[in-house]
Ligand binder design. Structure first.
Ligand code: AVJ
Ligand code: FE
Length: 443
């Protein structure tokens, strides 16, 4: 078996696969069999589907595509093909029972460790730099986040626990200016970057201001108490129609009791903490808040420039703090906590321009549709990104407290429908720089 030596890509691949499986086990062993096979929300699969789907994708890419093996159980492939059955249908399929799903995923993994040991990391695109192994570890971590969303939707007493993050001592400015000019967006060098992050290309971004921290519950409550959900002028026409039709007047999981706002979080009900980034809002809600605040959502390019651009060197880095892989002091990632950290946390993770919490805590809605970069090529399969490009999906950036470190980068792109809010979504706002501000900044 290879060793998890963090200095080699092979070691990192092993460590990433093991970390993902630890998390998958944690998410699926804290509930009983009935709970695993129940559909907790029509928006989500039963947890046991995610479990076997994780194993099935790993088998498809690492045993069949990389190692040329035959299908272990060809009859189950259609059950775990996400395009064949929508989530709402999955509980009625003849899915593997929890015990079978676990042993299938474990059997796949056992064989994968041998394949990892004997696969060359140079050569064919699928295995160059261990890409397929990194991709599969990211896939499992993405489904771990999906399963954590299912845990949040699930009713009944809490089954997950984690320590709370500490307080924030942030006293910096509310916004900072990002100077205008071109910057490098996307990547052609990050070994495990997924197809939609490629290739690196230059983008001209005019000067703009961006919030130094994500919008907090406290700020969001001011929008609510100012009648934000009742005033059509703050909303896009589709957003207004959506909240009227569905009677939406607060973030998901919130309820008002005796003049106080409470929220349900992983089975417990608690007062909404004012200093924490707002969570479980749709793109429509983020867009309306920004308009009410006299601001707007940042474009995807603006967001990435704020996160990666180093004004001293003029280059784009891997993360806001530089090129080092994420450590706990940089960001709230990997489900170490079951909530975002207070706004302004993680001084060690701030960008050169002083923007905080760009990675971790909450996925941040951007103004942008999910579109391919110039020169995009689907790899290794069209169903990862290509079939989702277009104006139906909005891009989210940065990653939440539920994102695994292997699936977190300054270039990483997530996307979802603008109505979605069961995801761990929040946002920050931006505005154009005035001509006077731009010329001051350019000096
Ligand atoms: C990138 C989070 C939108 O969950 O639909 C998992 C990730 N793709 N399996 C999703 C994904 C295939 C994807 N998102
Ligand atoms: Fe998947």
């Amino acid at each position: 078996t290879p060793t998890a030596d963090p200095d080699t890509l092979r070691g990192r691949a092993l460590a990433a696969l093991l970390a993902a499986r630890d998390r998958t086990s944690q998410l699926t062993e804290c509930v009983d069999e009935a709970d695993l096979t129940t559909q907790h929300s029509p928006l989500m699969s039963p947890l046991v589907w995610d479990l076997a789907h994780i194993g099935n994708q790993e088998e498809l890419w690492l045993l069949r595509a990389v190692a040329g093996a035959d299908a272990m159980r060809p009859e189950i492939d259609p059950l775990y093909d996400a395009f064949e059955h929508p989530r709402s249908e999955r509980p009625s399929l003849p899915l593997l029972a929890p015990k079978e799903a676990r042993s299938y995923a474990a059997e796949v993994r056992g064989r994968v460790l041998d394949v990892l040991e004997r696969t060359a990391f140079h050569g064919a695109p699928l295995t160059h730099d261990g890409f397929a192994f990194g991709m599969v570890a990211q896939h499992e971590q993405q489904h771990d986040e999906t399963m954590l969303i299912t845990h949040q939707l699930r009713r009944g007493p809490a089954v997950l626990t984690a320590p709370d993050p500490g307080p924030s001592e942030f006293t910096g400015p509310a916004e900072v200016m990002v100077p205008g000019g071109p910057f490098t967006m996307g990547t052609s060098t990050e070994p495990w970057a997924l197809d939609n992050e490629r290739p690196a290309h230059r983008r001209l971004v005019p000067p703009f201001f961006i919030d130094t921290v994500p919008v907090t519950n406290g700020a969001y409550q001011l929008f609510m108490s100012d009648g934000g959900y009742r005033e059509r002028r703050w909303w896009s026409p589709r957003g207004w129609a959506h909240i009227r039709e569905h009677g939406i007047s607060s973030p998901l999981f919130w309820r008002e009791e005796g003049g106080m706002w409470l929220r349900r979080r992983f089975g417990a009900t608690e007062p909404v903490p004012p200093d924490e980034p707002v969570l479980h809002v749709s793109w429509y809600e983020a867009d309306a808040y920004a308009r009410w605040a006299g601001r707007r959502l940042p474009s995807e390019a603006e967001w990435e420039k704020a996160a990666r651009y180093d004004p001293v060197s003029g280059t784009s880095r891997r993360y806001p703090w530089g090129d080092a892989d994420p450590r706990p002091e940089h960001a709230n990632l990997g489900q170490r906590h079951l909530r975002p950290a207070p706004a302004g946390s993680y001084p060690a993770g701030e960008s050169p321009l002083g923007v905080r919490q760009l990675m971790g805590d909450v996925w941040e809605w951007t103004a942008s549709d999910f579109l391919p970069y110039p020169g995009f090529r689907a790899f290794p399969y069209e169903e990862y990104s290509q079939v989702f490009f277009g104006s139906d999906h909005k891009v989210l950036r940065g990653g939440s407290f539920a994102v695994g470190t292997v699936a977190c980068r300054g270039t990483f792109r997530n996307w979802d429908y603008p109505i979605r809010r069961q995801i761990f979504s929040g946002f920050r706002t931006a505005r154009d720089a005035t001509p006077a501000e731009s010329s001051r900044g350019a000096r």
